[in-house]
Ligand binder design. Structure first.
Ligand code: ZN
Ligand code: ZN
Length: 518
């Protein structure tokens, strides 16, 4: 009966869970083989407050086999660290043995997300790494650093040629909509000014050497700012750019002639069937004069303005306006164009992934706009990765994905997202948000009275995950596109996280219940 109790007891997993606004803390305690309902006799649970531990004891024995093993009963005791919470010491500890886990419920004085509790926790360093990801913080910190190099987080290889000083936030907006708003319904009121604004706007958010544009998930750098070995050197950049403009103008002319509001809508819903046709619609209010009698009599002025806009917008800027060059980390369908291929960009030293860049018609595999998007979770601003001077140390693939997912769902529960491969457009997995306001902490139990570091609850999003082959087709609220490498990494993370709950609690409607750190 007694095989190797120490080893066996080591494999007991504890997972604490709490919900926002609720003064309760729930523990799942389980290993992969024991049925506590029939094996854990005389189960007892007590709190050792001064050590922030739960002491869980029982007598190991099989009910059906009591006579045979009666004299070899083993007393099992497990110590489970209790996370930093405000326990109500006067409330009783509730516990019960179930088929595949022991459940313990504790009562709290205040919910884990209560402002008093969070203020207290944030003052403690260990909590710092789970602080929210805030773009304003990154921008401010980077700007104050006075000269920043960017390194591969995995191998500390320096990626930038010179220190960067100029940082700017890339607003997460729908360029297309903004442009349309500026133009209004009639060109004569704002037309000329708007065109200049669009040009100015695109110019300020186009990558150029020395400028570092930040989005929620990426750092956009000019390829010229990266060390030579990072990307094939390009002595013909100007030639490529002008040929792009040429090919686009030809296309634009064909598609633009006789275009109507109807064709525009169709192409928009298809995620940008024709880039040139869409951009051409910027000047549509002017061309479509028949539908606006009594307006736009100043014909020569109008066509002149449109002509200037066409001249000033190169293909990359048109793609930028249509939103096809943003959100490569997690792109929505409206940000995906068949005219843009995203090429994965890896570290020249250790080959680990770093980000991606857009490539397309005539760009010969080089970035369309000369810019490389580095994912914040793969880079560091310090040669000592993870050090306190690394602005991006809080970013992980998991947290970046979770934050984007929650933003996408906008507080809606049961929000179903189909995640597809950005390159092949084939489905990778399906994820449903169950609860974006959970807190969790997990680990393996110790049976010895050894000092353990304080356990912290982290904010998590509870999700249902299924691969697309096994799941029944359900209602999908949103489709997003990510690169395959990141997709596979996320599937592994989600699969591992689903093992933090006993199997009776980790399946629902044929999907795995999992959680992701926010
Ligand atoms: Zn007009
Ligand atoms: Zn590297």
């Amino acid at each position: 009966m007694e095989q190797n109790p120490k080893k066996t007891q080591r494999s007991w997993r504890f997972t604490w869970e709490a919900q926002s606004h609720s003064p309760n803390l729930r523990l799942f305690l389980f290993d992969s083989t024991t049925n506590p309902k029939s094996h854990c006799k005389s189960l007892n649970v007590s709190i050792i407050l001064e050590k922030s531990q739960l002491l869980v004891t029982w007598i190991d024995g099989d009910e059906d086999d009591e006579e045979a093993t009666g004299k070899e009963e083993i007393v099992v005791s497990l110590r489970v660290p209790v996370p930093r919470v405000l326990l109500d010491a006067e409330s009783p500890v509730n516990f019960k043995a179930l088929d595949d886990y022991i459940e313990v419920r504790l009562v709290l004085l205040l919910p884990v997300d209560h402002p008093l509790v969070s203020d207290f926790s944030l003052a403690i360093d260990s909590k710092e790494n789970s602080a929210p990801l805030v773009m304003g913080y990154d921008l401010k910190t980077l700007s104050l650093m006075g000269g920043v190099h960017i390194y591969c987080r995995n191998c500390s290889f320096r990626l930038t040629k010179e220190e960067l000083f100029d940082f700017s936030e890339m607003p997460s907006i729908n360029w297309r909509e903004s442009a349309d708003n500026w133009f209004g319904t009639c060109c004569c009121s704002f037309g000329g000014i708007s065109e200049k604004m669009v040009v100015k706007y695109t110019n300020s958010y186009t990558c150029s050497s020395g400028l570092c544009l930040l989005s929620a998930t990426t750092v956009l750098l000019s390829k010229d700012d990266l060390v030579e070995c990072c990307i094939l050197s390009d002595g013909t950049g100007n030639q490529i750019e002008s040929s792009l403009v040429l090919s686009c103008d030809i296309g634009g002319g064909e598609l633009g002639s006789g275009s109507s509001e109807e064709t525009f809508d169709v192409s928009h819903e298809n995620g940008g069937e024709s880039v040139c046709g869409k951009v051409d619609d910027l000047k549509q209010p002017c061309l479509d004069k028949a539908s606006m009698p009594g307006c736009c009599v100043h014909e020569s002025h109008d066509s002149n303005g449109s002509f200037q806009l066409e001249q000033e917008l190169t293909l990359d800027k048109k793609l930028l306006l249509d939103g096809f060059l943003e959100d490569v980390f997690m792109a929505k369908a409206s940000n995906v164009s068949k005219n843009v291929d995203w090429i994965e960009f890896a570290c020249p030293e250790c080959s680990s992934p770093l980000g991606a860049y857009p490539s397309g018609v005539g760009s010969n595999g080089k970035p369309i706009d000369g810019g490389i998007r580095l994912f914040k979770c793969y880079i560091s601003t310090s040669s000592v990765s993870g050090g306190s001077s690394d602005v991006f140390r809080k970013y992980t693939l998991e947290r970046m994905f979770t934050n984007q997912l929650v933003e996408c769902a906008k507080e809606e529960l049961s929000f179903a997202v189909l995640v597809k491969d950005l390159t092949t457009k084939s489905p990778l997995f399906q994820i449903v948000i169950l609860n974006p306001n959970s807190w969790s902490s997990t680990g393996l139990c110790s049976n010895r009275d050894e000092p353990v570091s304080t356990l912290e609850l982290s904010p998590v999003v509870k999700v249902l995950i299924s691969d697309c082959s096994s799941s029944v087709v359900k209602k999908i609220d949103e489709e997003v596109y990510i690169l395959k490498g990141q997709g596979e990494e996320l599937i592994e993370l989600l699969t591992n996280a689903s093992k933090c709950l006993p199997s009776s609690c980790s399946y629902l409607q044929g999907s795995h219940v999992s959680s992701m750190h926010l």
